[in-house]
Design a protein. Structure first.
Length: 200
């Protein structure tokens, strides 16, 4: 994450936008269950809000310094922060009621690795659990913000198929003026088990 982007994602203005507009849209009608996993929170503005919506929240952050800073800030709350790669989640299968990826997927370095993250999210979810997320639409301003940074935008037209191939069912993808939100479910326990959900 470049300096300008990190500054934005750490700002009061971004936190206000997330609270006022983004999360209400993404989590509309969504029950996160008792135990949720958030992938890639960065400075943690989304984490600040998710912790009020779920009894137990686990967070995976690939950047070691950001993970350390967030762990210190979340001390004494029901949030567990882990420094780990979301394409290789350090959890057993069928662990979480919900998994969230909020404005972070474009930081995953390639579509292949994004698909691997989708598969890991599906594996980590309990049967019927929800994978919920949002990512910005591509455009000139978006690309400028990510200059000299990893930026692999999510194509909303192909996202539904990618999530289905990762093993999800009941996939919903929707866009507004600035972002794509999605909702998908892990298959029920009696459904055929995709390869990525097989026991390790």
């Amino acid at each position: 994450m470049n300096e300008a982007h990190l500054k934005l994602c750490s700002s009061v203005e971004w936190g206000d936008f997330v609270e006022r507009d983004l999360l209400p849209w993404v989590l509309e009608g969504v029950d996160l269950g008792n135990e949720a996993l958030e992938i890639g929170p960065g400075p943690g503005k989304t984490t600040d809000l998710l912790v009020t919506r779920v009894p137990q929240l686990t967070v995976v952050e690939a950047d070691e310094q950001l993970a350390q800073d967030l762990a210190e800030r979340m001390a004494g709350t029901p949030v567990t922060v882990i420094h780990a790669d979301a394409t290789r989640l350090p959890f057993e299968s069928w662990r979480f009621d919900s998994v969230l990826a909020l404005t972070m997927l474009h930081h995953v370095p390639s579509p292949k690795l994004q698909d691997r993250l989708f598969g890991e999210a599906c594996r980590a979810l309990r049967p019927g659990g929800a994978f919920i997320g949002v990512d910005s639409l591509d455009g000139a301003a978006f690309q400028e913000l990510h200059r000299d940074d990893i930026c692999v935008p999510i194509d909303p037209d192909t996202l539904s198929g990618r999530l289905a191939r990762a093993g999800f069912v009941d996939v919903m993808v929707e866009t507004n003026d600035y972002a794509t939100r999605f909702y998908a479910c892990a298959p029920d326990v009696d459904s055929p088990i995709p390869q990525h959900r097989a026991a390790p």
